[in-house]
Design a protein around this ligand. Sequence first.
Ligand code: NAP
Length: 498
Amino acid sequence: MSHQPVVATKTSGDMDKPLISRHLVDSNSSLAEAPSEVPKAGILGSGDFARSLATRLLGSGFSVVVGSRNPKRTAWLFPSAAHVTFQAEAVSSPEVIFVAVFREHYSSLCGLSDQLAGKILVDVSNPTEQEHLGHRESNAEYLASLFPNCTVVKAFNVISAWTLLSGPRDGNRQVPICSDQPEAKRAVSEMVHAMGFTPVDMGTLASAREVEAMPLRLLPGWKVPTLLALGLFICFYAYNFIRDVLQPYMQEGKNKFYKLPVSVVNTTLPCVAYVLLSLVYLPGVLAAALQLRRGTKYHRFPDWLDHWLQHRKQIGLLSFFCAALHALYSFCLPLRRSHRYELVNLATEQVLANKSHLWDEEEVWRMEIYLSLGVLALGTLSLLAVTSLPSIANSLNWREFSFVQSTLGFVALVLSTLHTLTYGWTRAFKERHYKFYLPPTFTLTLLVPCVVILAKGLFLLPCFSRRLAKIRRGWEKDGAVKFTLPADHTLVEKTSLV
Ligand code: NAP
């Protein structure tokens, strides 16, 4: 189908690079038979995925033949270097054929059984959630049952047509692969590599169901942390609403409902961020306490603690998100009309009371320190969030990663605590701040973080830290594993887990 001279490239780079070699084009400018050394790939189907796959394969140095029920209608949609023809002709020469059609149309390909015998069929399909639940066997296993003389390999289903086109650097790089035939798996893995992706061996075709379930997942690992953050937000918002809006309305007749969209949200967000941050470090403290009590690290933690430990990253990122929103809202506070009116009213009151100089030294210092600690806490939290990105985390060794996540994370918690304390200052000790007898919100938020900080401090005492270090090196209270800790036990701490 090609009529333009194009130049070969084996790289998986930009798609605007020339695609296949000049010697593929004969003197009449029509596509000549590809020389035997150019690997050939077949594609059944001419839809979105087939088009992206053909473009990527051509850009990676393969020659491509596409099988369509109606090649005349679809050929113009493909790069000119791809050979678009009828299905039967397309599957005759390539050894590897990508089946880019939906499961319900697999049976319409059965007429090609003879030509396909002995070839590798790559199943790229993705079931919908309903299909996944409705069928007991995976699409790949179903395809294998229709074509018993072929070897079916499951691959590429997690890669979208868009990622195939734009290149792996803009999307997911990993391509899980499974098949009952190691040789076929190896051949497809090599193609995956050549196309710039990373093959991940998922074993036999029995894993295809698991591989097909991958694109159906919606943010696994985020459900519980998100619900936790939402729950905390609702509780703190309701509490702040009662104190800041309902109490003035009911007891003083003041209408402060205008505070609902910005002010109450902005008092709620830091509470959520702060408590979430402490919940990142609380399970570590509980785990250490359990190990100390049991005198061993070889007993499993309870399931709830295990799950909690595994979700710390998500909880930390949600804490950062709330803290960042709090910073943004705080910047917007002076922009509100209500704030301007309050300022003007205060100035008028000053003039009427004949006061010329309004300056409260203690308040000035409190605000300066409070703001500075808040910025420092947010900065440290940002560092934690950035280092949790896989690309950055992968560039750190274990010690660097644990220093940032554990030590700097704890510093962020201490800074946030100081930020909260300077915000509260002496309010906790003044009766007028107990609206409806409810303590100021910041006193509630301090509870968990203070427990975490005190427990961490406690575990630093030599009697606990030495025992913990021994336990994490395999020592057991009642077991056979007993030894004396090296003199420099700090080294042990630096390499220990949890
Ligand atoms: P599509 O645009 O609807 O293309 C499907 C193609 O199947 C049609 O163009 C058609 O080509 C061919 N086909 C063969 N026999 C057919 C029949 N009996 N009835 C109807 N069509 C038939 O779908 P797609 O988005 O390319 O997806 C194709 C496969 O790739 C699906 O299994 C999908 O799950 C998988 N996938 C897609 C993506 C994506 O991002 N789109 C990502 C991962 C996996 P002819 O008319 O030329 O024969």
